[in-house]
Write a protein that binds this ligand. Structure first.
Ligand code: PLP
Length: 400
């Protein structure tokens, strides 16, 4: 089914009986008929709800939409998704449900910083070891697996260089080492890439970003094969990682337009990347849709086609040769808001060296091809004319 239809037609109310949009179920507790009824619901033998932390209708509805988007063929490949209170809660849930003391985790060296901190620093307290590896160096990746490596973690599209992980290759390598592959698909969303279809065992998204798309909700999602995620809601409830009904309701409303927004933002991002690439003031442009991007062929293979065109998602980054001072000057005068998040309806910009990557020293930054002059754009759904006009103002005077 076309993802546009999956998003828009997710709710099918019965005439004269149901409201046309799902209500918000704020109640903490649900009334049961008798102890047998409560026991059957809590034991999972009967559908229903007892206590909000164990599950509620708004999380269920959002979860079902995520399942359909990540695995359209539910009959052959039963897939389960669970909604958490943030993207980091989804990562915490993946770790606490899949790993135990004595295990080792391999991390891409380009992950979102808090993911690395969670797994390297926090998990160490529980006897879980971790090391980082360049997932684009296949020999180094194979060599980095240890006998106790249980999980490889990578992002579909990395920040801010927008490198595209070759998920089938990562899947083949992690399978051959009996390790699970967990893909953070936040920058891609299931509209652009469905990692489970390419061999990932688990997929995670920060719904906070483009999935919800309106900058007003923090939520996360973890999905995977049904057999792997059996009992995941109980673990989430026990660790207190669950999401509120209101946030789920808002996100479901936001996701109704996910495919539409991604289609528009993806077209805009390509136009912006082409405009920036034509500017002498810009040293380098990173966008997986540009023929010059190092991972363009991987993106062509793994990314989905919308409206007869491959969608390469909405993130673009570029380097200004003048470094930190030039970047600061441009950011101060830019009509595009400087906002250390991403994935909203309107375009925002960020400066990785002073925000997401501020704890890295200059040699660590250059190892990841990030400079003090790197600016990251999260492209929104404005008109292309407005965007190019805003970028013209941002770069004004740099050529002279
Ligand atoms: C790629 C990526 N994964 C996970 C997260 C964490 O998501 P949240 O902020 O919803 O906890 C972020 C947040 O910026 C992110 O950029």
């Amino acid at each position: 089914m076309n993802p546009l239809d999956v998003c828009v037609a997710h709710q099918q109310p019965s005439r004269g009986i149901q409201p046309s949009r799902s209500p918000i179920h704020t109640t903490v507790a649900y009334v049961c008929d008798d102890p047998d009824h409560a026991d059957a619901i809590l034991g999972g033998q009967q559908s229903g709800f007892c206590y909000q932390r164990d599950g509620h209708p708004n999380a269920n509805s959002l979860r079902e939409l995520c399942e359909k988007l990540h695995q359209p063929d539910q009959a052959t490949h039963p897939t389960v998704a669970t909604i958490t209170s943030s993207g980091m809660a989804a990562m915490t849930l993946a770790v606490v449900s899949m790993l135990k003391s004595g295990d080792h985790v391999l991390l891409s060296n380009r992950l979102y910083g808090k993911t690395t901190t969670l797994i390297v620093q926090q998990c160490q307290k529980f006897g879980i070891a971790a090391s980082e590896v360049d997932i684009f160096d296949v020999d180094a990746l194979r060599a980095a697996f240890q006998t106790n490596t249980r999980m490889l973690v990578a992002e579909t599209i990395s920040n801010p260089q927008l490198r595209v992980a070759d998920i089938p290759v990562l899947s083949e390598i992690s399978r051959s080492h009996n390790a699970l592959l967990l893909i953070d698909n936040t920058f891609a969303t299931p509209i652009v890439c469905q990692p489970l279809q390419w061999g990932a065992d688990l997929v995670l998204e920060s719904i906070t970003k483009f999935m919800n798309g309106h900058g007003d909700v923090m939520l996360g999602m973890l999905a995977g094969r049904k057999d792997l995620l059996e009992g995941i809601d109980k673990i989430s409830s026990t660790w207190g990682l669950v999401a509120s009904p209101f946030d789920c309701w808002l996100a479901e409303r936001g996701m109704m337009t996910l495919a539409l927004r991604m289609q528009q933002a993806g077209k805009n991002a390509l136009a912006v990347a082409e405009y920036l690439a034509s500017q002498e003031a810009v040293a380098k442009v990173n966008y997986p849709g540009l023929s010059t991007h190092v991972d363009r062929q991987i993106a062509e293979r793994l990314f989905c086609t919308l409206d007869n065109e491959i969608c390469f998602a909405n993130m673009v980054s570029f380097d200004l040769p003048g470094g930190a001072d030039t970047a600061a000057t441009c950011i101060r005068r830019s009509p595009i808001p400087f906002c250390a998040s991403l994935g909203e309806m309107s375009t925002t910009l960020s400066h990785p060296a002073s925000t997401s990557h501020r704890l890295l020293n200059s040699s660590q930054l250059s190892e990841l091809d990030i400079s003090e002059g790197t600016i990251r754009l999260s492209i929104g759904c404005e008109s292309r004319e407005l965007l190019v006009n805003h970028l013209r103002q941002t770069l004004f005077g740099l050529d002279s």
